[in-house]
Design a protein around this ligand. Structure first.
Ligand code: NAD
Ligand code: IPM
Ligand code: MN
Length: 347
């Protein structure tokens, strides 16, 4: 029996986790998936009350006793420096060594395309975002803070091992999924250290003669993504660039309400989360789009070996979108729970 740790988190995270669990409960019973889960209240509320974001030893427990983590979102206007989000989400990504942040960007319905003449066929790519290094390591700090001489430094890390494993993951996935193109986004023209990315990409690409490997500077790729998204199948990039490019990817495919992600390492406990945050501007009103969480749940089901249930869920979500049974962000009029009911009905 697979065991899932559910961390709803804050705001919209709590609402979409509830929707995700409704769908998971249904699938678990109807398809006898044998899944069990436990809900953890890690988030701003607990952090503000106790000063502890994640109890000591918790990550080891997740690594040892759980097969997956299903995550909502963290972020709360009351925690000004976002410390608890880093201590929960980034700690999980780093300490579980989830080096692949897999973010599919796929248009669910032609109607949702923001681009003239681009539909489902053109808007379908995945991003392999490096997830354990880059500028996210917290190395650096401030000196003479608050004075005219203030200095602040943030160090970007790329290791040979870290770059190679994410680049390899991107090519392996492309090959396994019949994709013919892998693109690298770095900034080696301005950041000489990124030459490591360019070089490792070229080396790994040589092992995949059937896949067209193309190096891009991230700024140019960002523009091309908007003008000719059909030019991309798989994009591999650094942690920060991946963060930004996947929000562009979300924008191209219906917005953050539909963008899903999986944090993976074949030797660790994977974590699945929508790309969006706690959406404080709309949280608590019952209008948060649960679609990103449904697609995220499908990613988790596939990873846990339930490919058929995953595909059924994806089909149900697409059918609901096609029928206009959506929240306001997708031009619909339904609430979070009404969209959930619509997807359940199609299952
Ligand atoms: P956000 O993703 O929370 O919201 C950005 C915009 O998208 C908002 O207008 C919001 O209403 C909209 N949106 C997001 N999710 C939606 C959904 N499911 N349905 C409909 N609309 C949706 O990003 P933000 O406003 O930059 O950040 C808010 C907080 O969330 C911050 O504290 C941030 O650090 C945190 N955050 C957390 C995660 C995470 O936990 N994975 C991801 C991103 C941001
Ligand atoms: C994401 C988020 C996180 C990130 C934040 C909340 C730390 O934006 O998952 O995309 O930057 O990775
Ligand atoms: Mn982000």
């Amino acid at each position: 029996m697979a065991k899932i740790a559910v961390i709803p988190g804050d705001g919209a995270g709590i609402e979409v986790a509830q929707a995700g669990l409704a769908v998971l409960t249904h699938l678990n019973h109807s398809r006898q998936l044998g899944l069990a889960w436990e809900v953890f209240d890690f988030g701003a509320e607990r952090y503000l009350k106790t000063g502890v974001a994640l109890p000591p030893g918790q990550i080891d427990i997740f690594r040892r006793d759980y097969d997956a983590i299903l995550f909502g979102a963290v972020g709360d206007p009351r925690v000004k420096d976002n410390a608890h989000a880093r201590d929960i989400l980034l700690a999980l990504r780093f300490q579980l060594d989830l080096y692949v942040n897999f973010r599919p960007c796929r248009l669910l319905d032609d109607r949702l395309s923001p681009l003239k003449g681009k539909g489902k066929k053109e808007l379908d790519f995945v991003v392999f975002r490096e997830n354990t290094e880059g500028l996210y390591n917290g190395i650096g700090g401030s000196f003479k803070k608050g004075t005219a001489d203030e200095v602040t430094i943030a160090e970007e890390i790329s290791t040979r091992k870290g770059v190679e494993r994410i680049v390899r993951a991107a090519f392996a996935w492309a090959k396994a999924n019949g994709k013919k193109r892998v693109a690298l986004a770095d900034k080696s023209n301005a950041i000489p250290a990124h030459e490591l990315w360019t070089r490792v990409f070229k080396e790994v690409a040589a092992e995949y003669p059937d896949i067209a490997a193309k190096h891009h500077y991230v700024d140019a790729l960002a523009m091309q993504l908007v003008l000719t998204p059909e030019a991309f199948d798989v994009i591999v990039t650094t942690n920060l660039f991946g963060d930004i490019l996947t929000d562009i990817g979300a924008g191209l495919t219906g917005g953050l309400g539909v963008a899903a992600s999986a944090n993976l390492n074949p030797d660790s406990t994977p974590l699945f989360e929508p790309v969006h945050g706690s959406a404080p501007d709309i949280a608590g009103k019952g209008i948060v789009n649960p679609t990103a969480m449904f697609i995220t749940t499908a990613l988790m089901l596939r990873e846990l070996g339930h490919a058929e249930a995953a595909a059924d869920l994806e089909r149900a979500v697409e059918a609901a979108v096609a029928a206009g049974q959506t929240t306001k962000d997708l031009q619909g009029t339904l609430s979070t729970s009404q969209v959930t009911q619509a997807v359940l009905a199609k299952l």
